[in-house]
Design a protein around this ligand. Structure first.
Ligand SMILES: Nc1ncnc2c1ncn2[C@@H]1O[C@H](COP(=O)(O)OP(=O)(O)OP(=O)(O)O)[C@@H](O)[C@H]1O
Ligand SMILES: [Mg+2]
Length: 511
């Protein structure tokens, strides 16, 4: 059995058409075909449907094989094209091959036709696969570059935001409730918060946000989301959750996975204004080398989360740019960061995402997350306990951005701490050597010029083992993760922070 074949036949003779169909059907092809013998008819056939193969006569009263090839080329179509002709000279054949024909077969040598077709189909499939892989690579490289840019911007913006929000909050504390200036300061604070939310999304996309991954059951996350999603998607949309009957353990940040599901669900809702079905399903899958290459991920065991809807679907152009930040199909409210965020979170969690959709056919997002064995408690980072935050201890602040350093000093001296300052590692070491009294806490940026925060604290604690450490950073780059700061051995303060969180965190660290 050879299977279905969609054949576009460029041929003026009905007799030859019948003969050819008979030959192909006899050898096991299930043929869907159309015969054309002019350029406009061929154009129309190409518009109407997709084809696997073009078989073309060489000369016809109103058309020819070279002209048919030109029609294909002008459309940028890469279809196997075989010339099947009673009259073809070597010269013409060579010219046709140069123009992009896959093969030529004389009508007098029918036996060669089937092997020629098979070979052309095989080669076309191979070309398609190569193209897909190349396209995938190009897309992921583009997103990588976007991510680096976005991450770089967000990092610097976060520093400035800490300053803006910090001072506006300090200022607000000083103004009486009746002060007419209070409102202005509040507006500044609000704008700061909104910008911080935006940079958080950018960081998520650029995979530089601070994640707190732990082994968790994706089934549980999906089930927990169920209650939250129902009111969000409305009564017209049916929500179906199909958790895998066994644990679906992955290593990820639960709140980030919720964000992923939420963003996908909101998009699905928007795609189904007149109702429909939203399905969340988890499965175990094993990807062998070939399957993994298709998904663009290493081979292995995965949990597959499928989020599908029966909405309007999307065209190829939308599909190609789906994960680009700020790509949106013009809704009033959309910023176009929803899927960029999803992409970032999935990739940062070591997973991959694929989408399948066409207009009117709904959309299906598949998220592959590496499956892990057991579940355990993760390492909580960034917990904020309550309690009075005042102190008397001595704190060394190492931060290269002067505005941020001043803000920290302002907040901590306000709480009663003694504050020492340094703008880079060497200076901090010097301060440590020269300061006569104890240093209870070192607050340092993770990413510093010359000496990293990690190296710096190692040198300081070698001298002063009693000193505690609090790391801060606008993003978790590889250095942070590599150095095990997230492994829980040190406290971590994500930027931008409010004066209140800073004071709480310092108090917590000092005990
Ligand atoms: N399930 C879906 N069905 C049809 N089209 C979709 C679906 N999900 C996303 N899209 C298309 O992809 C675009 C980008 O989605 P994305 O979530 O990134 O941005 P947005 O929804 O427009 O804005 P935001 O999520 O930031 O509010 C959408 O505008 C929409 O055109
Ligand atoms: Mg969206």
């Amino acid at each position: 059995m050879r299977g279905p074949l969609r054949l576009l036949l460029v041929e003026d003779s009905q007799e030859d058409e019948l003969l050819l169909l008979h030959l192909l059907r006899r050898s096991g092809y299930q043929i869907v075909h159309e015969r054309v013998d002019t350029a406009p008819a061929m154009e129309a056939a190409l518009d109407r449907s997709e084809w696997d193969l073009v078989l073309s006569d060489n000369f016809m009263p109103h058309f020819s094989a070279p002209a048919a090839l030109t029609v294909l080329k002008q459309r940028g179509l890469d279809l196997p094209f075989i010339i099947f002709s009673g009259t073809i000279t070597d010269e013409l054949a060579v010219a046709a091959m140069k123009a992009g024909a896959s093969d030529y077969v004389m009508k007098s040598n029918q036996a060669r036709l089937l092997p020629a077709i098979e070979r052309a189909l095989r080669e076309a499939a191979l070309r398609r696969e190569h193209q897909q892989v190349a396209e995938q690579l190009r897309r992921s490289q583009k997103l990588e570059a976007f991510g680096q840019l976005a991450g770089g911007i967000a990092h610097d913006v976060n520093n400035m935001l800490a300053v803006i929000s910090g001072y506006s909050s300090l200022l607000q504390d000083r103004l009486t409730l009746e002060d007419p200036l209070r409102r202005y300061v509040q507006e500044i604070g609000k704008a700061g918060e909104r910008t911080a939310a935006l940079t958080r999304q950018l960081l998520a996309f650029s995979r530089k946000q601070v994640l707190t991954p732990r082994a968790l059951d994706l089934n549980q996350v999906v089930l927990d989301m169920d209650a939250m999603l129902r009111p969000l998607i409305g009564a017209d949309i049916e929500l179906v959750t199909l958790p895998y009957p066994a644990r679906a353990s992955v290593l990820a940040d639960p709140s980030q996975l919720e964000q992923v599901i939420l963003n996908l669900a909101v998009n699905a809702r928007d795609a189904m204004p007149r109702g429909g079905t939203l399905t969340l399903e988890t499965q175990h899958v094993e990807l062998d080398a070939a399957a993994a290459r298709h998904v663009d991920t290493p081979a292995g065991s995965y949990v597959l989360l499928t989020v599908s809807d029966t909405g309007c679907g999307m065209d190829a152009e939308t599909r190609a740019r789906l994960f680009d930040p700020f790509f949106t199909k013009g809704k009033e409210h959309g910023t176009g960061l929803g899927l960029a965020t999803v992409y970032g979170i999935v990739r940062q969690s070591g997973g991959q995402i694929a989408v399948e959709s066409s207009p009117g056919q709904g959309a299906c997002f598949r998220i592959y997350l590496p499956r892990v064995e057991a579940e355990g408690e993760g390492v909580p980072v960034g917990e904020v306990p309550g309690g009075p935050n005042a102190g008397w201890e001595t704190v060394l602040v190492v931060e290269d951005e002067p505005l941020v350093r001043e803000l920290i000093r302002e907040v901590l001296t306000g709480q009663g701490y003694t504050v020492l300052e340094a703008s880079h590692g060497a200076q901090a070491v010097e301060v440590c050597e020269q300061h006569p009294g104890p240093i209870h806490l070192v607050i340092t940026d993770v990413v510093l010029p010359r000496m990293s925060g990690r190296e710096l604290t190692e040198r300081i604690t070698a001298q002063r083992p009693e000193a505690k450490v609090l790391f801060m950073s606008g993003y978790a780059d590889d250095a942070v993760l590599r150095h095990g700061i997230l492994a829980g051995e040190a406290a971590f303060l994500p930027k931008p922070f409010t004066p209140a969180t800073l004071a709480e965190k310092v108090r917590e660290r000092l005990g």
